[in-house]
Every structure is written in structure tokens, then in C-alpha cells.
Ligand binder design. Structure first.
Ligand code: UTP
Length: 293
């Protein structure tokens, strides 16, 4: 079995749920306290053993690429004041991984965005971290996915139980428990944005999948699905029906950064434990909550 060392982060979506701000700042570059959201994903991948990451971007998404570059102006200004630690931190963020960028020229859907990565991936298995899904976990969730891939030897989708309302917006998986495991299921079908009565289970894919390169042939044959987009779920459903995939209920809390509520929740969570402002922010939050009563 080939080692998983590559990942894709699709970040070319329009982010219409985050308008008006996404019109000026890519949602994947919005701050979680003092770091752009996407840097958390890059770190998660790196801490999982990934060395090469392709970020799929689009027009008006330059802020993402710029963040991972050196900035001689900031370096000079900070060094002039002896703030070397901050310069080291900026460089450490820029050098976390071998980063590659490709544009998806039209936002035709997540499946289409992943399809842009074919030549980057070659004949290796690869992880996909959806660019607006943040997970805070004890073990990086991408690592949990790789462990499941190495254990069961087939594609893995990261899942969680969701509410009926979320299920109709995400997807629903047909699963059976895998004997001896508490959080892994065998999945042999799935449906994107199921209508009432079409649901298989309350398990939905949330932001992380690990795929084999054979998926690209399937993606290239896809017709537009739900919402008129090329849906990654439709390609993964085909893989599930022919080979089966592992559905892994991962450990960790997931935040939908493509929604205003999810973005705020992630910020409050991170701010409350932040090394610089955590203590004061928690005090503020306690006081704020008291006044809500
Ligand atoms: P979403 O469906 O959440 O993104 O895709 P969206 O289309 O930007 O959302 P709304 O509904 O308009 O608010 C999940 C991830 O896939 C990327 C997005 O950038 C996001 O990180 N994506 C989506 C692409 O890269 N290309 C696409 O065509 C669609």
C-alpha cells in the first residue's frame, strides 16, 4: 500500500453563504482569531504526515497564496525592532509544507475542483480537506483518516451524525457497522442532498475524505448533479457501489466556516483557549453570558 503524502484543499467556491464579506475576502482566508482558516487545514495535514498540498483556488482568492509567502517588508520592520520570534513564526507558517496552487476557472462544484488535481496526485492515494471545514480534535482528523485507510485498505470518508435539516443539505450514507470497530462502517452507497424519504442514515460526510486516484476517471464521466454542480459525492457514491468505502466517525468538533454561525463558533472556541488573549477573553465571555440571562 502506498503511503499517503499528498492532500488537496479545494478553496475555489464562491462562498455565497458568507456574503457580503466573501465578496472581498475568500472565506477560506477569513481569520480564526489571528490565523487564516486555511492555515489550520494545512497544519492539520502536515501534522498527519502530509508533505505536499495542492490548494485549488479561483479568481479573487490571491489572499490565500499570499499568506504562505515570505514578506520582506514585515521581516525588515520586525527585525528592526528585534522581534525575531515573530519573523520566525511567519516563516514557519510559510514553510509548513510544499504548497502548490491551481485555479479552478469556473466554480463548477467540489467534484470538478478535485478533478483539477489529477496530474498533481499521479497514482497515489490522497486526502481531501474541504477548505471551509475546520475540525478541532485531539488527533488530527486527517491522521485518523490515514490510519483507517491503512487499516481497511479502501477509500475513507469522514462522517458524523447530523440533524435532518443538515442531512438534506449535505449527504446521507448507506452503512453497516464493521465488526470489532466502534466508529468505522462499511458504506456501499450514498446520496447527495437527499429529498425526504431518500435518506439512508443520519451519517453525513463532513469535510474530510481520503481517495484513490481511480476516482478521477469517475469524476471525468460525471454529469452535473444536485444544484447543477459536479458533485464529489456522486463520484464517491460510484466508488462505494463498486468497491465500498470506509465511513469513519472521526473524533473532534467540526465547524462549518462556510456559514456565519460556524465561523463565529470556531472563533469563540479558539479565542477562549488562545495563548495571548484566552484568559481575558474567557473573563469577557463569562461577564457577557451573565448579562444574557
Ligand atoms: P461549499 O459547497 O461549502 O462551497 O464547498 P461554496 O460553493 O463556496 O458555498 P456556498 O454555498 O456558495 O456558500 C466546500 C469547499 O469546496 C470548495 C469551496 O471553496 C469550499 O472550501 N469548492 C466548492 C471549490 O473549490 N469549487 C467549487 O466549485 C465548489
Amino acid at each position: 500500500m502506498k503511503k499517503v503524502t499528498k492532500a488537496i484543499i479545494p478553496a475555489a467556491g464562491l462562498g455565497t453563504r458568507m456574503l457580503p464579506i466573501s465578496h472581498a475576502v475568500p472565506k477560506e482566508a477569513l481569520p480564526i482569531v489571528d490565523l487564516p482558516a486555511i492555515s489550520y487545514l494545512v497544519r492539520e495535514a502536515v501534522e498527519s504526515g502530509i508533505t505536499d498540498i495542492l490548494i485549488v483556488t479561483g479568481r479573487d482568492k490571491d489572499a490565500i497564496e499570499d499568506f504562505f509567502d515570505y514578506s520582506p517588508e514585515y521581516d525588515a520592520a520586525l527585525l528592526g525592532k528585534g522581534r525575531t520570534k515573530e519573523v520566525d513564526r511567519l516563516h514557519e507558517l510559510a514553510d509548513m509544507a510544499n504548497l502548490y496552487f491551481i485555479r479552478q476557472k469556473t466554480a463548477k462544484g467540489l467534484g470538478h475542483a478535485v478533478g483539477r488535481a489529477r496530474s498533481f496526485v499521479g497514482d497515489e492515494p490522497f486526502a481531501v480537506l474541504y477548505g471551509d471545514d475546520l475540525v478541532f480534535s485531539k488527533t488530527p482528523v486527517c491522521r485518523q483518516m490515514i490510519d483507517a485507510y491503512e487499516k481497511y485498505g479502501r477509500a475513507v470518508v469522514g462522517v458524523k451524525p447530523v440533524t435532518p435539516e443538515q442531512l438534506s443539505k449535505y449527504c446521507s450514507l448507506k452503512v453497516e457497522p464493521i465488526a470489532g470497530s466502534e466508529n468505522a462502517y462499511f458504506c456501499d452507497d450514498m446520496i447527495e442532498k437527499p429529498k425526504k424519504g431518500q435518506e439512508y442514515s443520519n451519517l453525513s460526510i463532513l469535510g474530510r475524505v481520503l481517495l484513490e486516484p481511480s476516482i478521477f476517471d469517475v469524476i471525468e464521466q460525471l454529469e452535473p448533479g444536485a444544484g447543477g454542480e459536479i458533485q464529489l459525492t456522486d463520484a464517491m457514491a460510484e466508488v462505494a457501489r463498486t468497491r465500498g468505502v470506509t465511513a469513519l466517525e472521526f473524533e473532534g468538533t467540526r465547524y462549518d466556516l462556510g456559514s456565519k454561525l460556524g465561523w463565529m463558533m470556531a472563533n469563540v472556541t479558539r479565542a477562549a483557549e488562545h495563548e495571548e488573549i484566552g484568559e481575558e477573553f474567557r473573563a469577557f465571555l463569562k461577564d457577557f453570558c451573565e448579562k444574557l440571562k
